[in-house]
Design a protein around this ligand. Structure first.
Ligand SMILES: [Zn+2]
Length: 372
């Protein structure tokens, strides 16, 4: 494959051109990757927005850029061996047919990157393929569509996206769709918004069709009403891929304790988000503090407490999603800090494996059997 000059230089710099896998190479001179709290487990980040800069700026996953948060070097250094890539459709720029095309182009960018770095990136369609890729020493890449606007009110597009390897879709991003309500208005006003909108009858059809084809319903960005309407109709576990606990950080993007309990009853999973806005720690006097790894751990602790177990929480960093991450979790290379924190807080090795990736894999797998 012909690499662009920029990509070729980056690949050379990282030793990616046909040389032994990076995992087996000494990392930067004098700087070994941090050791994982629990070695040889699946560390699955359920939400990274890296495809956007790949498509729009021509960034390559083999490049480490100053403003990049997820890339091959960072995932390798941080032990992140599975990434669920979001094909995010910005409704301010892309609506109607253009929204579908935008999602397709982002998914194409992921395929191109997997072809460019075959020794590092393995496109995966199932939980078993994720496990095989990790065993093989590669980074398992799963695809997601962020924003149901991408189906352009056409139910048949769900199966088409599924055929392209898309394993989940967020019903909404910001702004309401005809068939589903969002947790936030779209600042540009390009989509209508009224709070408390839930699913329409067509929205229920969307959920059933996603259940049927094995595409996991993702309720991050949805309104509370859409969340509950979806749980009432979904025959499969759902996810909230990148959101936090509203009891700790009062933000519409986060979920209430009632929602966490409903998610548990559905056997779903929520991925904790590293974006400072959704973490908002406060001092005892109510002053806003700067979020750190400890704040993310506080959200995990809270979710575990409310749901009564470690089966319903995972990681959904939101890296490369135009976010300022919590201190100590600036890039994927810092993931070990979170896992070490879990260990420090007394989670068992089994708990850490679940939170690090097994919970999301369970939900993925639960969507692979024939529809119940
Ligand atoms: Zn998002």
């Amino acid at each position: 494959m012909r690499l662009s000059r920029r990509a070729a230089l980056a690949a050379l710099a990282l030793g990616l051109t046909g040389l032994p896998a990076l995992a087996q190479m000494p990392w930067r001179r004098g700087r070994e990757p941090q050791k994982l709290a629990v070695p040889s487990m699946i560390v699955l980040d359920a939400h990274e927005d890296t495809l956007r800069r790949v498509l729009d700026r021509g960034d390559q996953l083999g490049e480490r850029l100053a403003d990049g948060q997820g890339d091959i070097a960072a995932w390798r250094a941080g032990g992140v061996n599975a990434v669920w890539f979001a094909a995010w459709v910005n409704p301010t720029k892309y609506r109607g047919e253009a929204a579908t095309q935008r999602a397709l182009r982002l998914l194409g960018a992921l395929r191109d990157q997997a072809r460019m770095y075959p020794q590092h990136i393995a496109l995966c369609d199932t939980a078993a393929e994720v496990r095989a890729a990790v065993r093989d020493g590669r980074i398992a890449a799963l695809a997601a569509v962020e924003g149901g606007i991408a189906i352009n009110n056409d139910l048949s597009l769900i199966a088409r996206f599924r055929d392209l390897g898309v394993r989940r879709m967020n019903l909404t991003w910001k702004g309401n769709l005809d068939w589903a309500g969002s947790s936030q208005p779209l600042p540009s006003g390009a989509l209508p918004y009224s709070p408390n909108k839930g699913l329409s009858d067509f929205g229920r059809e969307v959920v059933r069709e996603m259940n049927r084809v094995g595409m996991v319903v993702d309720l991050s960005h949805c309104s509370d009403q859409t969340f509950f309407d979806t749980l009432a109709v979904s025959s499969r576990p759902v996810i909230v891929s990148h959101s936090n606990a509203r009891a700790l950080a009062d933000h519409p993007r986060n979920v209430t304790d009632d929602m966490l309990r409903a998610l548990r009853d559905n056997r779903g999973v929520i991925g904790v988000n590293f974006y400072r806005e959704y973490l908002k720690p406060r001092s005892v006097r109510g002053r806003l503090l700067t979020p750190t790894v400890e704040t993310v751990l506080d959200h995990i602790d809270h979710i575990v407490r409310v749901t009564g177990g470690t089966d319903y929480v995972g990681i959904g960093s939101d890296w490369d999603g135009d976010i300022q991450p919590a201190l100590g979790l600036e890039t994927a290379a810092q993931m070990p800090a979170l896992l070490a924190g879990l260990e420090r807080r007394g989670y068992s090795a089994d708990d850490i494996r679940k939170i690090a990736g097994e919970n999301f894999l369970r939900v993925l797998e639960a969507s692979e059997s024939p529809v119940p």
